[in-house]
Design a protein around this ligand. Structure first.
Ligand code: TMP
Length: 205
C-alpha cells in the first residue's frame, strides 16, 4: 500500500514549524510511519539549492531562474526521497510543496501559471498531495511574528504587498482544490489552531 502525502503551506510567520511537529506527533500517536521533510530541500543537493535560493545577494535574482531552481530542487527531492518513501508505504509530511510555487512565483512574482503547470507536470506527472494544511493568517501579523525572531532571508525581505499577493495565490489554489485544501485560521491561539488541525486530520484518516 502506498503512503499518504501531506503538505503544509502558508505565508511567513504562520507557525509552520510548531504545527509540523504537532502533525508529526499526532500521526505517530496513530502508529503511522511518517517522515518529515521540506521544500526547497530534503536531500543534500536540494538543500544546496535551497541555500542558493534563500541567500541575499546584490545581483537581482531573475524570477524565471528562481522558478527553475525551485523545480530543480523539487525533482531531486521527489525522486530521491518522497516517491520512494510513498512507494514503501511511508507517509510523507512536507513543509511546503508546489502550491508554494503557484503562490510565490506565480501570484507573488507574476510568472505565468500555465508555465508553472507545465513544469509541475514535467517534474511530478500526476502526483499531488493527498491533503494540504493551509495555515492562513493576516499578512501583517505573520510578518511581525517572522521578523521578531530571526535574520531575514531573501523572501522574508519582500514587502507586505508581495505577501498579500502570495496569500491571494494560496486562496486561489484552495478554491481550485477544495477537497484537498484544508484552511486553518492560524491567527487564533495555538491550542485552537492545533485543535482545528487535529479535527481535519481525524476527518482525513
Ligand atoms: P521556509 O521554509 O522558511 O518557509 O522558506 C522557504 C522559502 O522559499 C519561503 O519564503 C517560500 C519560498 N518558496 C518559494 O518561493 N517557492 C516554492 O516553491 C517553495 C517550496 C518555497
Amino acid at each position: 500500500m502506498t503512503g499518504r502525502f501531506i503538505t503544509v503551506e502558508g505565508t511567513e510567520g504562520v507557525g509552520k514549524s510548531t504545527n509540523l511537529a504537532f502533525i508529526e506527533g499526532f500521526l505517530r500517536s496513530r502508529a503511522i510511519d511518517v517522515i518529515t521533510t521540506r521544500e526547497p530541500g530534503g536531500t543534500p543537493l536540494a538543500e544546496e539549492l535551497r541555500e542558493l535560493l534563500l541567500a541575499k545577494r546584490e545581483e537581482p535574482v531573475d524570477a524565471c531562474a528562481e522558478l527553475l531552481m525551485v523545480f530543480a530542487a523539487r525533482a531531486q527531492h521527489l525522486n530521491q526521497l518522497v516517491a520512494p518513501a510513498l512507494a514503501r508505504g511511508q507517509w510523507v509530511l512536507c513543509d511546503r510543496f508546489t502550491d508554494a510555487t503557484y503562490a510565490y512565483q506565480g501570484a507573488g512574482r507574476g510568472l505565468s501559471l500555465e508555465t508553472i503547470s507545465k513544469l509541475e507536470f514535467l517534474v511530478q506527472g500526476s502526483l499531488q498531495p493527498d491533503i494540504t494544511v493551509w495555515l492562513d493568517i493576516d499578512v501583517r501579523l505573520g510578518l511581525e511574528r517572522a521578523r521578531a525572531r530571526a535574520d531575514l532571508d531573501r523572501f522574508e525581505e519582500e514587502d507586505v504587498s508581495f505577501f498579500e499577493r502570495v496569500r491571494a495565490g494560496y486562496r486561489a489554489r484552495a478554491e481550485e482544490a477544495p477537497a484537498r485544501f484544508c484552511r486553518i485560521n492560524a491567527g487564533q491561539p495555538l491550542a485552537r489552531v492545533q485543535a482545528d488541525i487535529q479535527r481535519a486530520l481525524e476527518a482525513f484518516l
